[in-house]
Design a protein around this ligand. Structure first.
Ligand SMILES: Cc1cc2nc3c(=O)[nH]c(=O)nc-3n(C[C@H](O)[C@H](O)[C@H](O)COP(=O)(O)OP(=O)(O)OC[C@H]3O[C@@H](n4cnc5c(N)ncnc54)[C@H](O)[C@@H]3O)c2cc1C
Length: 323
């Protein structure tokens, strides 16, 4: 490529990706789904950090058959899909995601039979809590007002207010890359703090069964509103973020936020990314942050903690895409 008098060579890797993706995009014409298929979709529109470059291909399947067709496409084209829930626990790079993103939010059915909720992966977890509360059920209520989808909460074994997803999980229906659907029954040894068995393989969570508890409608709503108020008081919704950046580790003696606080790092910033003034384990996008700003600030915080205390903080927010 010639820019004025300067000759700029495209690195080999970029040329390779460009060739590959032109061919994958051409083949995408063969995908026949009821849902949507988009090209060069900006991931910033699908993440709570509001950052992230384009996904080459972005599909929103409408049902299980769409998903199977998309997996078939990936297998034929040698493309690794990325499964997207609510985008509340990911940091997508500014370069975006090569290949296919499968956005689960189009798959969002919900029903209750004999005290078991069957809810599809793409439904926002708060909507599921509200649906149950309206019918006089608790069980899932501890997750109310936590951003993200049901599938993402199961994948992360999300936890808050003394509850974690594993506590109420009756079963999970998953789709394997070869298109087979399997019902998994949770086993204690497969789960842990922010750990689920789905992190160890590439099954897609389709839907899950949740054990509900009959509860007075007003009582469960009062409790759920108190969770929302608590999150608001901690500034959870005041600026784009992905919640806690680092996992807590009991061996460190204190929650990660407290450890970071000891270093006085609240308010530290790189570009448009800032360590929240209200919670030291949250990095916010002040409006014009890039993914790189957020990533570098997280790395800076981790390095300060390592140098001062010798602890290596583990990231909870997942780095996704082409870094
Ligand atoms: C303000 C704020 C507060 C938060 N508070 C909490 C909190 O209190 N507790 C907590 O645990 N988390 C919290 N989080 C983090 C986040 O809400 C949870 O981790 C949530 O469960 C992420 O769900 P998601 O659908 O957004 O997943 P995504 O961010 O979309 O994806 C996360 C991972 O799950 C995988 N995944 C998603 N759906 C599927 C599926 N159907 N099948 C297979 N894999 C899938 C993705 O591939 C990715 O690897 C908070 C986030 C924010 C922004």
């Amino acid at each position: 490529m010639q820019l004025g008098a300067i000759s700029v060579e495209k690195p080999e890797r970029i040329r390779y990706y460009a060739r590959e993706m032109v061919s994958v995009k051409k083949s995408a014409g063969k995908i026949n789904i009821r849902g949507q298929l988009l090209f060069e979709e900006p991931m910033a529109s699908h993440t709570t950090y509001r950052v992230g470059g384009p996904a080459d291909l972005f599909a929103v399947p409408a049902d299980d058959n769409d998903l199977i067709a998309l997996l078939q496409f990936c297998s034929n084209e040698g493309v690794e899909p990325f499964i997207l829930g609510g985008g509340a626990n990911i940091l997508v790079s500014d370069r975006g995601i090569r290949g296919l993103v499968i956005d689960m939010t189009g798959i969002c059915s919900i029903a209750e039979h004999d005290g078991i909720l069957e809810v599809a992966a793409g439904l926002p977890v708060s909507d599921a809590c509200a649906w149950c509360a309206d019918r006089g059920y608790g069980g899932l209520h501890f997750l109310y007002s936590m951003p993200g989808s049901v599938g993402g909460a199961v994948w992360m074994n999300a936890r808050c207010y003394d509850g974690e997803v594993y506590d109420v999980l009756a079963y999970v229906d998953t789709l394997r890359p070869d298109g087979t659907i399997e019902r998994y029954t949770p086993r204690a040894q497969d789960f842990g703090y922010k750990v689920s068995p789905f992190q160890r393989d590439n099954r897609i969570i389709l839907r899950c069964g949740v054990r509900l508890t009959p509860m007075d409608r007003d009582t469960v709503w009062r409790r759920m509103r108190s969770y929302r108020a608590d999150r608001e008081s901690k500034g959870h919704f005041a600026a784009p973020s992905a919640g806690s950046v680092f996992k807590n580790n009991r061996a460190f003696g204190s929650p990660s936020g407290v450890i970071i606080d000891r270093l006085g790092l609240r308010g530290s910033r790189i570009g448009g990314a800032r360590v929240s003034d209200r919670h030291a384990n949250i990095i916010i996008n002040t409006g014009n942050a890039t993914a790189d700003d957020i990533d570098r600030l997280a790395a800076f915080v981790a390095e300060q903690v390592r140098q001062r205390f010798g602890f290596t903080l583990e990231r909870e927010v997942l780095r996704v895409g082409e870094w």
